[in-house]
Design a protein around this ligand. Structure first.
Ligand SMILES: [Zn+2]
Length: 161
């Protein structure tokens, strides 16, 4: 928060945003690049870039997770990748009127938990292509994928079937 010694706008005409003189506090810019490894989750994100939505199935008890998971939470065994069904349905949803910087321009938007037949957990995603007041529980949905992948979870979203 700006300190009372100076307003945040003081000094701005000289290219500095000043928050205080004692102690001296200015607005500065901080930015860095770093190598982000997806490690064991890599196949999930590579899959999105190819239009494939992969879940994780336990190799021992067969529990099927709709999300990347290297080991089973039920029995501790390793999982293997398996495609999720091509369609699911809305298990529940919420309409967001505020969001992170990346999504502020798109508010209000709808977040959904997608339920797939014979999959034991839900998948959190965004719903596009339907106004929030038309969204309903049980609505059939299908994944859509970014044409230019960024290798982030936002490379996938859902639309009504
Ligand atoms: Zn298991």
């Amino acid at each position: 928060m700006p300190n009372t010694a100076a307003s945040p706008d003081q000094g701005k005409e000289k290219g500095v945003t000043l928050f205080g003189m004692d102690p001296l506090i200015i607005l500065d810019h901080y930015e860095m690049d770093y190598h982000h490894s997806y490690a064991q989750d890599s196949p999930f994100f590579v899959g999105l870039s190819k239009g494939n939505l992969l879940g994780s199935r336990c190799t021992a008890c067969r529990y099927f997770y709709a999300t990347p998971r290297s080991h089973c939470m039920q029995c501790g065994s390793p999982t293997r990748w398996e495609p999720l069904p091509p369609t699911g349905q809305i298990h529940t949803f919420t309409v967001c009127y505020y969001g992170g910087e990346r999504f502020l321009g798109e508010t209000p938007f709808t977040l959904i938990l997608v339920e797939f037949q014979e999959v034991d957990t839900l998948f959190l995603s965004r719903l596009k292509g339907l106004a929030p007041h038309h969204v309903s529980i049980g609505l059939p949905v299908q994944p859509r994928f970014a044409k230019e992948p960024t290798f982030k979870v936002t490379d996938v979203w859902f639309e009504p079937v």
